[in-house]
Design a protein around this ligand. Structure first.
Ligand code: UD1
Ligand code: UDP
Length: 371
């Protein structure tokens, strides 16, 4: 491939909370190189200080080079808004490569803009499939993987999905799980954090809760059932519930927030910064979640993870790790199993080793044809 400029310009697209942990290690790895210049494009999908700025601080990222300030909206409004805003940046600056990460609306939107402008686009965290097209993220994954030039995968199941979908293996690089790089980069700060003490939690004496999937929180009956189950669990184990803004809005709208705040064994907090969050996760006896990234982090740390979902696009966290899919009605009994020491410890999947960003950097250099 002929290069437009030297060093080549690479756009790293970040939009929402889990994206920041995926671009940070790659940004730092590319910033050390002379053959490329990396710029961060923040679409603004997440914008509250504790859903965005806090992560730039913790992960030592610079102010985004471009901020599209798209904000919240319906799927079409958000996806379209990101496309219109990013297209202008692409026309003005014409990066040589674009890296999109994860599975949020901004991921698919920027992949579409880049490929239509004939700019090579890499998808970092390609090939994950829940098999559930009711999940908006599954649509974003299918669209993004179908059109990206290069697919960087975190686990062998992802390679297998892509091959089964007819992808040329030459487009795929198995690079491993880059979120683990962020954890390893910040491990000293996470271990030094006083978040657990500040939140008055005893080591191994609590579970951390996060919930934000529309299937769990956007329906009043489903969220009501989850609140009842959390109340039951809290009788056995105190809970720290870091409430996502979507969930906060729904708890208030459905009249469920007061029940949680009244429960002395359930501590509610705003979303935590990455260092504080990983600090409380590291000392937890269990994690109850529907997050994608948290399933992976708990597998890496061998912490019992109870995932309140019918499926997962990260099956390796179940087949190899400490994650299990749990129905709401089973939650309390499953927490009982954790407390009884009957939970599998699992093992770390291959290439979840804190070195994924180095492999991405080497792969990009090779694919860009730089000696
Ligand atoms: C998005 C992603 C999801 C990802 C999650 C990570 C899509 C379709 N969804 O879901 O894959 O797991 O981010 O957290 O891309 N809000 C705020 N402040 C913010 C951001 C959001 O108040 O900074 C509120 C708004 O009311 C907004 C709602 O949360 O309407 C949902 O935000 P949105 O980004 O659309 O979806 P998430 O549920 O955050
Ligand atoms: N996280 C965080 N603070 C919180 C909750 C989560 O820093 O209060 C981190 C978590 O460690 C993981 C990422 O956010 O790295 C996961 O993001 P989220 O659950 O929002 O999205 P998903 O992974 O489900 O797409």
């Amino acid at each position: 491939m002929t290069q437009a400029r030297s060093p080549i310009l690479v756009h790293l697209i970040a939009a929402a909370r889990p994206n920041f942990m995926k671009i940070a290690p790659l940004y730092h790895a590319l910033a050390r190189e002379t053959w490329c210049e990396a710029k961060i494009v923040h679409t603004g999908q997440h914008y509250d200080p504790n859903m965005s700025d806090a992560f730039f601080r913790d992960l030592k990222l610079p102010t985004p080079h471009h901020h599209l300030e798209v904000g919240s909206g319906s799927h079409a409004a958000q996806t379209g808004g990101v496309m219109m805003a990013y297209e202008k940046v692409v026309e003005r600056e014409r990066p040589d490569w674009i890296v999109v990460v994860g599975d949020v609306n901004s991921t698919a939107a920027c992949a579409m803009v880049g490929t239509k402008a004939w700019i090579p686009v890499v998808h970092l965290e390609a090939g994950l499939r829940s098999g559930d097209r009711r999940m908006p993220e599954e649509i974003n994954r299918l669209v993004t993987d179908a059109i990206c030039d290069v697919l960087w995968t975190p686990s062998p199941d992802a390679d297998a999905h892509l091959i089964a979908e007819g992808v040329d293996p030459a487009r795929i690089d198995f690079v491993g799980n880059i979120m683990i790089d962020s954890y390893e980069m910040l491990r000293p700060a996470i271990e030094a954090s006083d978040a657990r003490k500040r939140l008055e939690l005893k080591p191994q004496g609590y579970a951390v809760v996060t919930l934000h999937r529309p299937s769990n929180v956007d329906d009043a009956a489903a969220l009501g059932e989850l609140v009842a189950q959390l109340e039951a669990v809290s009788a056995k184990l105190p809970l720290l519930f870091a409430v996502h803004p979507r969930t906060k809005k729904r708890l208030e709208e459905f009249g469920l927030a007061a029940r949680l705040t009244a429960n002395e064994r359930i501590r509610l907090t705003e979303p935590l910064g990455y260092i504080e969050f990983m600090s409380v996760v590291s000392s937890a006896c269990a994690v109850i979640t529907d997050s994608g990234g948290v399933q992976e982090e708990t597998t890496y740390l061998s912490i019992p993870c109870l995932t309140l979902r019918e499926n997962t696009e990260r099956p390796i966290t179940v087949t190899e790790g400490s994650n299990r899919l749990v129905k709401p009605a089973e939650l309390s009994a499953m927490v009982g199993q954790v407390l009884g020491g009957e939970w599998p410890k699992g093992r770390r999947p291959a290439l979840w080793d804190g070195k994924a960003a180095e492999r991405c950097s080497a792969a990009l250099r090779r694919r860009a044809g730089i000696a």
